[in-house]
Design a protein around this ligand. Structure first.
Ligand SMILES: [Zn+2]
Length: 61
C-alpha cells in the first residue's frame, strides 16, 4: 500500500505529491526514499529526510 503525502516542491515551492520509493541503503543504514512530483512537473527522487523536511531558507528574487 502506498502512502501519498503533499509537500512543497524543493524547486519551486508549489504543492508536490510524495510517493514512497522504498528503502535504499544510505550512509547510516537503510533510509526511506521518496518520489516527488510537483504540479508543474518537477520530479525528484531521494531520501525522504532531505526532500520532505527541506525548508526554503531564502526567497527567490
Ligand atoms: Zn516544482
Amino acid at each position: 500500500m502506498e502512502m501519498m503525502r503533499l509537500v512543497d516542491c524543493p524547486e519551486c515551492g508549489l504543492p508536490a505529491t510524495a510517493r514512497s520509493g522504498g528503502q535504499l541503503a544510505g550512509t547510516y543504514g537503510p533510509v526511506e526514499h521518496v518520489h516527488l512530483r510537483c504540479v508543474v512537473g518537477h520530479r525528484f527522487f531521494g531520501p525522504g529526510d532531505i526532500l520532505l523536511h527541506r525548508h526554503r531558507g531564502r526567497r527567490a528574487g
